[in-house]
Design a protein around this ligand. Structure first.
Ligand code: ZN
Length: 191
């Protein structure tokens, strides 16, 4: 298949909600292959279909970070069915070249999705591991949400975007996460 162009922050598809996949057709398996080819070409951890201009609910993740053996994971019509805990970590995104920002995420997630063979599966990722964070990051892409919307510090992120000549934060898009904030407070007081 093919390495596709990754859309950069500011391009419209990244902010559009994606459509459910009704059947894992040839079109979808080709799309998945393009996503994986593009992910590996860019040394990424995850890539969602809207990032290559296809607003369909599909993303791929590989946390082996280009070390053999590759371990591609394919998520079609994913749904996060459980989430808990909280963590602040630095994230990047192939649509934001070279720009990294601290974001708030859940520590643990359980996701239900369909695989490349059209079979349903459930996966759990815990303790704020790379997979747990990548699932949340990629899943957001399917709803037009970007990692900067979860910024732990809006002003810090703004400075990073400016430095990389990327469009500024849209303040109305910042996500309020009282449950994550409460968890983070709890952990702070436990220290
Ligand atoms: Zn991303």
């Amino acid at each position: 298949m093919a390495v596709r162009k990754v859309l950069k922050y500011g391009e419209k598809s990244l902010r559009e909600p994606s459509k459910e996949v009704h059947k894992v057709s040839r079109k979808i398996t080709d799309l998945v292959q393009d996503l994986l080819d593009t992910l590996y070409a860019q040394n990424g951890v995850g890539l969602a279909a809207p990032q290559i201009g296809e607003n369909l609910r599909v993303f791929v993740i590989d946390v082996s970070t280009n070390e053999e053996p590759l371990r591609p994971l394919v998520f079609i019509n994913p749904k996060i069915i459980k989430k808990s805990g909280a963590i602040v970590t630095e994230e990047g995104c192939l649509s934001f070249p070279e720009a990294y920002a601290n974001v708030k995420r859940y520590k643990n997630v359980m996701v239900k999705a369909t695989d490349i063979h059209g079979r349903s599966f459930v996966m759990e990722a815990k303790d704020g591991c790379l997979l747990a964070r990548a699932i949340q990051h990629e899943n957001d892409h399917l709803d037009g949400i970007l990692f900067i919307d979860h910024s732990a510090n809006r002003f810090e992120t703004e400075a990073v975007l400016e430095k990389h000549n990327l469009p500024p934060i849209e303040p109305e898009r910042l996500i309020s996460e009282p449950d994550i904030d409460a968890e983070l407070e709890k952990e702070k007081s436990n220290d």
